[in-house]
Design a protein around this ligand. Structure first.
Ligand SMILES: [Zn+2]
Length: 497
């Protein structure tokens, strides 16, 4: 059965193979490279044979057609990338990219292989010495965005960063083969993701240190201009533990030096959003799911100061200066509230209701046994009082009860009393409900859970260097700043709009 392939532009109706052919035609029209014309003839013949095979097998459906077209075209794509890359390299002047000085001691036609998304491609370029900067340099490598310490092309760099920030490298290796048709080895994936993460940390540092907030969150900025009415900015903070293997095998020695030495460390996380961006969605009225349509994220192993610097930046990007009311929700951890006093002095503070309730539940469980009906009956009226801002009443009741309790229950009661006393001013839930504000820090807790799904798998150990790099990449992705790291990603966004 004959296979029809588009012969010219008017027949090519937007399929990827046809689009490629157009591109090839353009490249050929612009140059005199006859090798490519031959390649296209080969590709066409290869594709014809492959598709003929599919027709001969009635059991092979569209999946086989897709796979054959992909495999045949991937080879052609590799040649196209190689040619276009070489053309660009040939146009680069033999000058120092840093100072513009002509290069000396030039060595032409130095070969390097690049791992592109479609396979290995060969690049031939000039090497030279800049007498001004006193360094050896490949001007073409710079122009192409190739690094001296990596064989990965920019698109592969991005793929590694994206995949490894979402899943372990060994999973990403298998996935890369099926999704892109080209295998990225797990060592390339891990190494490249680390490099990109390190760079992302540098970019983030420059961002948060700048006085002007540069935000790609266009919608938030538009919203600010179009709707000048007062809005509430919600900030939620939390922390979770990650296990690191720095100084592996030296635990005892490190403990002798510092009794507090531990392999578990805090990852500080935060999110901020406008109250108006929180809504409920769902197909059925009685099963609505709360969602936040636009929000910013922070996650760092860099300590409290880093968290505060980053969350302050994100809050500014969400309009902190224009907010009529700023609300911070978190659990009772002292470090959080000290920092809130420092950085968000005028913010309304709210203790996460779930954490507040868990203290009363601990008393109930000690009194009546965990999961018992009596425990539920005992705690119910007290929880109601907490929800209705009658914390003082709850504290009084616990104090009256305490002398009659057994040791364990008395201890739980004591802890509750202390916790409530410390946080009393943060327990205004009735007011919160009236304003339709969240009373719990569920938004950040679900984010923490998602991050833990990646970072806290069975047997996983990290280094501070490694986990911070991946967390940083993930935040660039979530905060819609990915294109700051990988500018070519803009093209996909444009093509899909
Ligand atoms: Zn120079």
């Amino acid at each position: 059965m004959p296979v029809c392939l588009p012969q010219n532009r008017s027949q090519s109706s937007g399929s990827s193979a046809a689009g490629l052919e157009e591109l090839v035609d353009e490249i050929i029209a612009g140059g005199e490279d006859h090798v490519l014309e031959q390649d296209i003839a080969h590709w066409r013949e290869d594709l014809r044979k492959r598709l003929e095979q599919v027709h001969q097998h009635p059991e092979q459906g569209l999946g086989f057609i897709e796979e054959h077209v992909r495999q045949a075209t991937l080879r052609l794509q590799r040649l196209l990338v190689q040619k276009a890359m070489q053309d660009k390299a040939n146009q680069v002047e033999e000058k120092c990219p840093d100072c513009g000085e002509p290069l000396g001691h030039k060595k032409r036609r130095v070969v390097r292989w690049v791992d592109a998304y479609c396979g290995k491609v060969k690049l031939v370029r000039t090497h030279g010495w800049c007498p001004h900067c006193e360094h050896w340099v490949f001007p073409a490598d710079r122009a192409l965005g190739l690094r001296a310490d990596s064989t990965a092309s920019p698109l592969v760099q991005e793929m590694c960063a994206l995949l490894v920030s979402k899943m372990p490298a060994e999973q990403a290796e298998a996935l890369s083969l099926r999704v892109s048709g080209h295998r990225l080895s797990r060592s390339t994936l891990a190494r490249e993701a680390q490099r990109q993460g390190d760079q992302a940390i540098g970019v983030r540092q420059k961002l948060v240190e700048a006085t002007v907030v540069q935000t790609p969150l266009a919608k938030a900025i538009c919203g600010l201009d179009q709707r000048p009415e007062p809005f509430t900015l919600v900030i939620e903070l939390d922390a979770w533990n990650i296990r690191e293997r720095d100084k592996w095998g030296q635990t005892e020695r490190e403990r002798r030096k510092d009794p507090k030495f531990d392999r578990w460390h805090w990852v500080y996380t935060g999110t901020c959003f406008r109250l108006s961006h929180r809504c409920k969605k769902g197909r059925f009225k009685n099963k609505l799911r709360p969602i936040i349509t636009e929000r910013s994220y922070v996650a760092t192993r860099g300590g409290l100061e880093a968290l505060m610097q980053q969350i302050y930046y994100e809050a500014r990007a969400r309009g902190l200066a224009q907010a009529a009311r700023v609300l911070v929700i978190a659990d009772g951890a002292l470090w959080i509230w000290n920092l809130v006093e420092d950085r968000f002095k005028d913010a309304v503070q709210r203790l996460d209701l779930y954490h507040a309730s868990s203290y009363l539940w601990a008393v109930a469980n000690e009194l009546h046994g965990k999961g018992n009906k009596e425990a539920r009956q005992w705690v119910k009226p007290l929880l109601k009082e907490v929800r209705n801002d009658q914390v003082a009443k709850v504290i009084t009741q616990l104090e009256e009860l305490k002398p009659r309790l057994a040791a364990a229950a008395a201890k739980a009661a004591d802890q509750t009393i202390e916790y409530y006393r410390n946080n009393q001013k943060r327990m205004k839930y009735k007011d919160g409900r009236k304003r339709k504000e969240p009373v719990g820090s569920g938004a950040i807790e679900s984010t923490c859970r998602q991050l833990q799904c990646r970072m806290k798998r069975c047997g996983q150990f990290w280094s501070t260097h490694g986990d911070e790099a991946l967390l940083c990449l993930e935040m660039f992705w979530r905060n819609e700043r990915w294109e700051m790291l990988f500018p070519h990603a803009k093209l996909t966004a444009v093509a899909n709009n």
